[in-house]
Design a protein around this ligand. Structure first.
Ligand code: 13P
Ligand code: SF4
Length: 299
């Protein structure tokens, strides 16, 4: 299957992008594997005719918005991020009416329609930098309350208003689970994604995006780590650091939607070119602005 995928990729001038949470065999055949910010930059710069995006809906959608003239395929278009929808109807408008000097900051894990209503997008690796750079005092941070509250602590000069959304996978990691791992591995450093709950973040030695967690563990002289994020990162962590040990909260955090991407579905979509991502042209135009502003401010 891997050979067939390689051959089709060459014949069709296609490029495969994959997030660190997809199954390891899919990461292996991808041309680019990374966190959300890196993948958005790669999608923007790609000169391939076809982009195959192995991730969840908002990622494929963002790639399409950044490349409206390209064919963006997803092996599993039904793979969706539940958090991307967690903003109640009318709440953005309500906030805009309540605060004069307001910026709506939208985590990239969001629908294109929500991006349209926002001033700037962010990912977990650039949110602090971008929020700091905004001229506005009041920030309505959607949809993730956990990333929002992490940013609020790092940028106390801003009034950050949180929205009631979260990642169901990261939110399930509890302080008690982490405490048990810490007791079993007293020498391990705790590396945590900011989508985790505040009490888990507070118990951590390092907080960052998937790529930042991977970079940190590589550069660290420590040999043991407890990793509080989706367990797909394990493939890269173990490949980069064969001499180090990585532990996860029990049960392992696992995003079922990310795991829908398989070698079979990548091969099928390359053969048939049938699962194309489309975005309404007005929504596409509206969502492009906050995404481009993110790429500019996040540089
Ligand atoms: P990053 O890879 O940008 O850290 O994002 C994590 C995530 O949950 C993507 O869905
Ligand atoms: Fe969404 Fe959480 Fe899955 Fe990431 S891990 S895609 S935030 S549900």
């Amino acid at each position: 299957m891997k050979n067939q995928i390689e051959q089709l990729k060459r014949e069709k001038n296609a490029v495969i992008l994959a997030h660190y949470y997809v199954p390891h065999e899919v990461q292996e055949i991808a041309d680019y594997v990374g966190d959300s910010f890196y993948l958005a930059k790669v999608a923007k710069q790609s000169d391939a005719d076809i982009i195959v995006f192995c991730g969840v809906q908002f990622m494929g959608e963002s790639a399409k918005i950044l490349n409206p003239d390209k064919k963006v395929l997803m092996p599993e278009p039904m793979a969706d991020c539940p958090m991307a929808h967690m903003v109640a109807d009318g709440v953005i408008e309500e906030m805009r009416n309540t605060y004069d000097d307001l910026a709506v900051v939208c985590y990239i894990n969001s629908t294109a329609a929500l991006k349209c209503k926002s001033d700037v997008c962010v990912t977990s690796s650039n949110a602090i930098k971008i929020v700091k750079a905004l001229p506005n005092k009041n920030i309505f941070f959607i949809p993730d309350k956990n990333l929002g509250s992490f940013v609020a602590k790092q940028v106390p000069e801003k009034n950050i208003i949180l929205n009631d959304g979260c990642c169901p996978i990261h939110a399930k990691i509890t302080a008690a689970q982490l405490q048990r791992e810490k007791q079993s591995h007293p020498n391990a450093l705790v590396l945590t994604h900011p989508e985790c709950e505040a009490e888990v973040v507070e118990m951590s030695d390092f907080v960052g995006s998937t790529a930042e967690i991977i970079d940190f563990s590589k550069e660290s002289s420590c040999k043991e780590f407890i990793v509080c994020t989706e367990d797909g990162v394990d493939f890269k962590l173990v490949t980069d650091n064969p001499d180090k040990h990585f532990y996860y909260p029990n049960p392992h955090p696992c995003c079922a939607d990310m795991k829908l991407n398989t070698l079979e579905s990548v091969l099928a979509v390359l053969e048939k070119e049938d699962k194309e991502i489309t975005v309404d042209s007005d929504i596409c135009k509206g969502a492009l602005k906050p995404l481009e502003r993110m790429l500019e401010l996040g540089k």
